[in-house]
Ligand binder design. Structure first.
Ligand code: KG4
Ligand code: ZN
Length: 334
């Protein structure tokens, strides 16, 4: 059988990413041009700036990704791209590039959902056993997704306000860390010996939804109070208290969902899946409960194109292609 080589493009936010993935799991090249340095000055992602940066980067990165993979453009089986959700101008750059390549090379186009990409990042390191439960934690999403089988996504819980990554970034900012602050808070929390007690938002009994805005406000209140009173700030203890609250709620609800839906496996994914505190606590609890847990390696947690190639492969296998009049969709649902 002919191998399947998918060229995948991801430009939904502030990373321009291109990858070549063989047979859905073998990553032959995986390039990421981060715009973090550009956006740092603004304290967050500026959509218009992100789009322009994608335009600057994309052509060169396409060539480099192919060169690094050892195959040629004509060997490609399909062109995959993130169709949404994300910043519309940013998505558009990837979508236009993918369509152009698809036409020029006469290769099929495969539009991919960004979160499906995050989820199937787990296929880059192993098999997924269905039915499974997925805990999606990123800068834009916090969801518990029940998957009865491949390609079938049922969102059983979601955040009612901030995404968990967003809460990390805001808390980090108020503690004086640069964008994106998640990794800084994580590091500080793990190094801190002290911790302050912050609230946990459990919501109604039985709910799989999340809420992080109250916790975020609680952190801001502590910071402001300490400032006003001239008390010692101890940012590490605040970071640890925040992380403990977030991790406890995420882990508890994910494990409750695993039991209630009687699934074979729990998957973790999204940028915040790179959080060491979350990875450690979820692993510990899953070990204790005998739950099979899959977590992608760090590089496949935050935005990348290899995950888009992994997701697109499943459509390619079904010869399920996307028409050329496909549009970037900032609100695309799973
Ligand atoms: O999945 P992702 O790369 O982009 C979106 O699709 O949103 O997630 C980015 C988010 C950012 O909010 C970033 O602060 C967070 O993931 N993040 C972390 C860590 N690494 C990245 N949050 C907590 N701890 C980390 N180690
Ligand atoms: Zn993402």
């Amino acid at each position: 059988e002919q191998p399947c080589y998918i060229l995948a493009i991801e430009t939904s936010c502030d990373e321009t990413a291109v990858a070549i993935v063989k047979d859905g799991h073998e990553v032959m090249s995986n390039l990421i041009a981060s715009q973090i340095e550009t956006h740092k000055a603004f304290g967050g992602v500026v959509p218009e700036v992100a789009s322009r940066k994608h335009v600057e980067n994309i052509t060169l990165m396409l060539d480099e990704a192919v060169a690094a993979s050892g195959i040629t453009m004509s060997d490609l089986s399909a062109i995959a791209v993130t169709q949404g959700p994300g910043l519309v101008g940013a998505l558009l750059v990837g979508v236009v590039a993918a369509k152009s390549l698809s036409v020029a090379l006469a290769k099929p186009l495969i539009g991919t959902h960004h979160i499906a990409g995050h989820i199937y990042a787990n296929r880059l390191v192993g098999e997924i056993h269905y039915p499974c439960m997925v805990l999606v934690v990123s800068g834009g999403h916090t969801e518990l997704v029940y998957m009865k089988q491949e390609g079938q996504f049922e969102v059983i819980g979601r955040t009612r306000d901030d995404a968990v990554g967003e809460a990390y970034d805001k808390v980090a900012r108020s503690l004086g860390f640069p964008y994106p602050g998640g990794p800084h808070v994580d590091k500080m929390a793990l190094e801190s010996e002290e911790s302050i007690v912050l609230p946990r938002a459990w919501l109604e009994p039985g709910s799989y939804d999340f809420s992080f805005s109250g916790l975020k406000s609680a952190v801001l209140n502590v910071i402001n109070q300490r400032k006003m009173r001239g008390d010692e700030m101890n940012p590490a203890a605040i970071a640890r208290g925040f992380q403990e609250s977030v991790v406890e709620v995420l882990v508890t609800k994910a494990i409750r969902a695993v039991k209630a839906y009687d699934v074979k496996q729990l998957l973790l994914c999204g940028g915040v899946a790179a959080n060491r505190g979350l990875r450690a606590e979820l692993s510990r609890q899953c070990d204790k409960e005998g739950i099979d847990l899959s977590i992608p390696p760090f590089d496949y947690c935050t935005d990348n194109a290899a995950m888009i190639g992994a997701a697109a492969y499943l459509k390619w296998r079904e010869q399920y292609f996307t028409s050329l009049d496909m549009k970037a969709d900032p609100q695309l649902s799973l």
